[in-house]
Write a protein that binds this ligand. Structure first.
Ligand code: MN
Ligand code: MN
Length: 365
């Protein structure tokens, strides 16, 4: 079914008159048009029983029409009042405008107040976000094809990054080189800031790439992803420079076993928390449980903040078409950090990864 039709059905079912959709990613999901308008106003208005429209900065109108959006598109100029113009369009349809659903995770208070001032008879109680998340949970074949291409470019980035990683080279220089090589191939956007962390620095799982230089006999952790037609990749590999110490080698071995065990255990019908536990048990049994300090994985697709979350307490059953990361990590402060990550999509009897770079420890110099 047409995605906008699904929103309309949801509105009817939930006794809502319209939805004001303002998250650029949601608009992209529903219409295939993407633009982050920054401080300008971009809004998709869907009515329960009238034709939807997009309201956008005038400079975006042509691009929206070119995506094939078959409903009206209205533009505004920078000196005009977008809120009043949106309200005028709504009034002109002579529809009921009492109950208005909004995306509570993205609509900021300032904008709610502006909407309230131009739509004084409306109330904005119902949150559309959970329904959008539900729609995005199971990926179509078309979406999986895009995720595969994003994954292919992550594999390319690993290859370029591993070639650049040498003793004496800064983490930031390695990240710059792999992003340069991607841009040279026309891949202009990363899905998040590329992470290259050497030695003990990798024990900070949310640390950033720094100007520290890679030393001999260290592990180097890469975490990166690219964007392809609105869909992301996200993968981690940890490689060796020289001969890392025994502790580093041991946590690598355990982390790899946890990752491979979990990835091969995925099957429809198991719960997200069961999968988390499979990886966690491997790490616990090896004595490193206290150093695995995050969930096993997160849903992904157009972003890395989707369902299902692969963690303790999540009893959601895995189903074909769900996409998520499997990324155990072991972080021993001031010693070393290892994370090995593939994102996968669930199939009828298992799962397939989007990235294929080998997970056996690579000695890259
Ligand atoms: Mn990652
Ligand atoms: Mn991830």
């Amino acid at each position: 079914m047409d995605k906008i039709q699904q929103i309309q059905d949801w509105l009817v079912k939930n006794k809502q008159d319209m939805a004001l959709i303002s998250d650029p990613k949601t608009i992209q999901y529903l219409t295939s048009f993407y633009s982050d308008p920054i401080e300008r106003v971009l809004m998709l208005v869907v009515f329960k029983d009238s034709e939807p429209f997009i309201f956008a900065p005038a400079l975006e109108v042509q691009a929206i029409k070119e995506t094939g959006f078959s409903h009206p598109v209205y533009g505004y100029l920078d000196h005009e009042n977008p809120w009043k113009m949106i309200a005028d369009q709504i009034h002109s349809r002579q529809v009921s405008e009492n109950a208005v659903a909004i995306e509570k995770t993205s609509l900021v208070v300032d904008r709610i107040e502006k909407l309230q001032s131009v739509l004084p008879d409306s109330h904005f109680d119902l949150n559309l976000t959970p329904f959008i998340e539900q729609m995005r949970l199971i990926k179509s074949n078309d979406e999986i094809e895009k995720l595969k291409i994003a994954g292919k470019w992550a594999d390319f980035a690993f290859k370029q990054g591993f070639e650049a990683a040498r003793q004496g080279v800064a983490e930031s220089a390695v990240a710059a080189k792999l992003e340069f090589d991607l841009k040279n191939e026309g891949i202009m956007e990363m899905s998040f800031d590329t992470l290259v962390q050497a030695g003990a620095h990798a024990a900070e799982p949310h640390g950033a790439t720094s100007t520290r230089k890679i030393e001999n006999n260290q592990l180097v952790l890469f975490d990166l992803g690219t964007v392809w037609d609105g869909y992301i990749s996200d993968a981690s590999r940890t490689v060796a420079i020289g001969k890392p110490d025994d502790k580093s080698m041991d946590i690598y071995k355990v982390c790899l076993e946890a990752q491979l065990t979990a990835q091969s255990a995925v099957k429809p019908g198991m719960t997200a928390e069961e999968l988390d536990k499979i990886a966690r048990d491997v790490i616990d049994k090896a004595g490193y449980g206290e150093y695995f300090i995050h969930r096993l994985g997160h849903g992904m697709g157009m972003s890395e903040h989707e369902f299902p979350s692969i963690m303790e307490g999540n009893k959601m059953e895995l189903q074909p078409g769900m996409c998520f990361s499997i990324e155990p990590g072991i972080y021993i402060p001031e010693v070393a950090g290892v994370r090995i990550e593939d994102c996968v999509y669930v199939t009828e009897n298992g799962c397939e990864p989007f990235t294929h770079t080998t997970k056996e420890l690579q000695y890259v110099d």
